[in-house]
Design a protein around this ligand. Structure first.
Ligand code: AKG
Ligand code: FE2
Length: 215
């Protein structure tokens, strides 16, 4: 990964700052509780976390099995958290590395805002537009029946889509901006799926952190 290893402060500006104004919103969706906070982190703090996590994270690319066929996952991932909390999805079982000081700092900020506690964080690195995360719900048994999932976005803005399981035409899109926080809770995972679609646009990398609690 030769690009993005330097810090942008030599230009005294962020590579990822957005021109668009987004407001904090509580999405009005049936059977879902979703809240979006666009400027959860300042641009400077988000830049700093992006560069630290991009360089220091133990990124891995797993194989996933879909209908019996094996594919490379179209993004890199990493799991950090409390010892003994393993996490399984799409036939992958991940064992967490211990939280780093940077991840603990972000976790504390997220917990304060969400009034919830988390014991693992799954990181995703979308290296380019063809990296993606297909339709799914975060409904693994170990998260309990109504999990709170807190998702921090750093780097390139990517489209996050929600669709209703019973009527897949009912959809909602949000652009997840640099330094934003999206919180899904209550019965959201029972009734809705979400994804990060591929894009043909030439985009820079995006890091996503989803804080979860393994019960
Ligand atoms: O990258 C994102 O914003 C979503 C990640 C996600 O849905 C997941 O890891 O379960
Ligand atoms: Fe998810």
């Amino acid at each position: 990964m030769p690009l993005y290893t330097g810090h942008p402060y030599i230009f005294e500006m962020s590579l990822f700052s957005s021109e668009k104004f987004q407001k904090e919103e509580h999405l009005d969706l049936a059977n879902a509780t979703v809240h979006y906070i666009p400027r959860f982190l300042t641009t400077e703090t988000a830049d700093d976390y992006f560069y630290k996590l991009y360089k220091k994270t133990k990124w891995q690319q797993d194989d996933i099995k879909v209908y019996g066929k094996t594919y490379k996952q179209p993004r890199l991932t990493a799991l950090y958290g409390e010892a003994g909390k393993s996490y399984s999805y799409s036939n992958i079982t991940m064992h967490p590395a211990p939280f780093t000081p940077t991840l603990l700092e972000i976790k504390r900020k997220v917990e304060k805002t969400c009034h919830a506690n988390f014991n693992i964080v799954l990181l995703n690195l979308y290296r380019y537009g063809s990296d993606s995360n297909g339709w799914h719900s975060d409904d693994e048994k170990e998260l309990g029946p109504n999990p709170t999932i807190a998702s921090v976005s750093l780097g390139e803005e990517r489209k996050f889509q929600l669709r209703k399981k019973t009527d897949k035409k009912i959809r909602h899109n949000i652009l997840l901006s640099h330094g934003s926080l999206l919180v899904m809770k209550g019965e959201t995972q029972h009734f809705w799926q979400h994804q990060i679609p591929k894009t043909r646009k030439k985009v820079r990398p995006r890091i996503n952190l989803t804080f979860r609690k393994i019960i």
